[in-house]
Structures are given as C-alpha cells and as structure tokens.
Design a protein around this ligand. Structure first.
Ligand code: 2U9
Length: 358
C-alpha cells in the first residue's frame, strides 16, 4: 500500500472518464506538466531527508509510470473505438448495383454514315475524304458545269470572298470534288464512296444550308449500267432492310453523268402515312449515271479506255425515312432529349453481318 494510491485511483478514474484525446492531454498536463500534481510531488522531495526521499522518490516514479501507462492505454482504446465507429459508419454494401455511368449516344446521321460505309465496304468501296472549302474548278468546272451554267446558280453556292492562288473558293455544294481529287491523284481502277458535309444557300423546313451526302464512284475498263443498277438496288435493299424493296430507274439529266437516272423506291401513302417497301407509289431517293466522258478527260483519265458510274444520296433524307424522323431541322438542334430518343448505342457498330440498325 503506497501513500499515493488515492491519487493514483483518482487519476485512473479521470483517465477512464476522458472522452477524447484532448481530455487525455488535459489530464497529462494537470498531472505531469510543469505545474502538474505529480511534478509537484517530485519538486517536494527536496524537503525530505535522504531516506524518506529515496522511498518517496521510488513510489512517485512508480506512480508516474502507471499514470503514463494509463494515459497511453486509454489513448489506444479511444483510437480503436474511433476506428471501429468509422468502419461501421462507412461500411460498403458490395451487393448494391453499380451507379449507372452517364452515356452518350451516336447521332442518327453518324449511324447512317456508318451503315452506308458498312454496306459499300462489303462491295469493295474505300472511303475517301476532302476539304469542305474547294476551288470552283473542282466543284463545278471539272464536273462539266461551266461558269455560265445554270446549275451554278441552281445550287445556291456559298462563295468565299477573294481568291486563293488565283482560284475562286466555294463551300462544296456536293462531295463530287472528292472524286475529282481522287481521279486527278490516281489511275483506275477506282472504287470509292465520299461521305461528308455539303453546303447550299437554302434554308426552309426541308433544306438546311449545311447537309450531308454520300457519293460513290467506280472507274475501270468494264463497269457498265448493269453493275450500277445491281449495286444501287443492293444498297437500298440492305439499307432499308427490305429484301424485296421495289426499285425503279427513271431517266434524268446531270451534267456529270451520261446517261443519268433518278432512282425511286416503292412506297405507300395510304391514310397520309408514308410506308416504304410496298404499295403503288414511288419515292425519289437518289441520283446516278455513267460518268460523263468529258469529266473523265477533265480529271486526266482516258475516256476511250475507262468508264464507270457515279451516284449521290442525301444522308438526312434516307435517315429521316429509315428512322421516322419527321423534321430535318431537329438534326442540328443538339437537343439532348432528341439525341437520347433517336441516338444509337456507341458500341453497336453497324455491320452487314451483325446488323445495321434498329
Ligand atoms: C464525279 C462524277 C459524277 C455524282 C452524282 C447525283 C447523280 C445526284 C444528288 C442526290 C441527292 C445530290 O444530295 S442530293 O441533292 N446527287 O443526283 N450525284 S450522279 O456524280 C458524279 C460525282 C463525281 C467525278
């Protein structure tokens, strides 16, 4: 039984009642700090005689060690309790489903471009691209559309101010200049499609000043009108996913093709709703023809040896028809609700084998 048992019991009670590290620190200072109770006892030793000082010193040292041990033990217990409380509060339910990540959608026009590339890719066409800003020679003259030709006015061209290297520049009115560039750069055989943006100064419910086309071109020694028909019938039946889609070729005129044709697909308009594939009516869908020998010659290809066909399709038009989108202008509104409604899953890449679209 030491003289300091009461003090020890009191400090141990204080330590046991301490709710946090700050309370423990306050106790440490009150007992062991410069002006602490136990420190005071040590200071008081000087007043004792040698024997009493030795006995009391040893007892105070034991008390000091016990108090330090009690403070440290309580500190550990408080830390353990805090960690246990945190672990309990932050417990993760690993069986919960993951939160859905926000997902974008493929724009219907991009989907159509991917589908068109998949279909013509199967037929051996490569994709070619070119600039939106073109020389008027590439856009018109090479295509047998001379400067005074009404087509230059009909096409409502956006002309750029001034000239570049002596050439008048335009926003391309069709993707045909891509085929012109390809012919100027390479000799036949050529088998390409050119999807991309095109521009005409025209804006109403069915015309946008910026729209999209895909054009195609084959030039070799043997490709004839029969190939043109088979190729486009195959494309239209694959794109609209209707095996027996009726297709009609109607004679027409374009300066860059001779002979030229417009292509209609069978449809019905009964009850005011348009239905593609069956019925007594026809719907114009694209233009085509055998490449005019003058165009081949303009592009450095011998028309005595080479021939081929070309075609052009409006991408907005076939997208609206296939996916039932009623208003052209909504394509460019960037309305997220519209995109979520008409958009396509990003990973569902169209392929002729795996499926093209809805
Ligand atoms: C070269 C030679 C010939 C491309 C062709 C059409 C017919 C055609 C329209 C369809 C709807 C344009 O978007 S649209 O308004 N296009 O009717 N396009 S033949 O003929 C070419 C192209 C390039 C060197």
């Amino acid at each position: 039984m030491s003289d300091y048992d009461d003090l020890k019991a009191a400090v141990q009670a204080d330590v046991a009642a301490a709710a946090d590290a700050d309370a423990l620190e306050r106790i440490r200072i009150a007992e062991l700090g410069k002006k602490g109770r136990i420190t005071g006892l040590v200071k008081g030793l000087g007043a004792l005689d040698a024997e009493a000082r030795r006995a009391a010193g040893a007892a105070i040292n034991v008390l000091k060690e016990e108090v330090i041990a009690a403070l440290e033990a309580r500190k550990r217990d408080l830390a353990d309790a805090a960690l246990a409380a945190r672990l309990a509060a932050e417990r993760i339910d690993v069986t919960l489903p993951a939160r859905p990540a926000p997902q974008g959608a493929i724009h219907p026009l991009s989907q159509t471009v991917d589908e068109v590339i998949a279909i013509f890719g199967e037929m051996g066409f490569a994709v070619a691209e070119g600039p939106d800003i073109e020389t008027d020679w590439n856009n018109f003259t090479a295509l047998n559309i001379p400067p005074e030709h009404p087509a230059r006015q009909e096409m409502d061209t956006f002309y750029l101010p001034g000239e570049r290297n002596g050439a008048r520049m335009v926003l391309r009115t069709h993707t045909s200049p891509v085929q012109v560039r390809t012919m100027l750069a390479t000799q036949p055989p050529i088998r390409i499609i050119a999807p991309g943006r095109t521009y005409r100064c025209d804006s109403d419910a069915t015309h946008s000043p910026m729209f999209h086309q895909v054009e195609g071109l084959i030039v070799d020694e043997t490709t004839h009108m029969g190939h043109l028909k088979g190729c486009l019938i195959g494309f239209l039946r694959a794109f609209f996913a209707i095996d027996d889609l009726p297709v009609r070729f109607r004679p027409s005129y374009f300066p860059f093709t001779e002979p030229s044709a417009e292509v209609d697909i069978g449809c019905s308009r009964q009850g005011g709703t348009l239905k593609i594939g069956h019925g007594a009516d026809w719907l114009e869908i694209l233009g085509c023809g055998m490449v005019n020998p003058k165009v081949l010659a303009n592009c450095g290809i011998d028309p005595e040896r080479y021939q081929g066909f070309a075609f052009g399709v409006g991408l907005e038009r076939i997208t609206m028809l296939k996916y039932g989108i009623p208003d052209l202008r909504t394509f460019y509104d960037s309305d997220l609700r519209w995109l979520r409604h008409y958009g396509f899953a990003a990973l569902a890449v169209p392929s002729v084998v795996a499926g093209l679209g809805q």
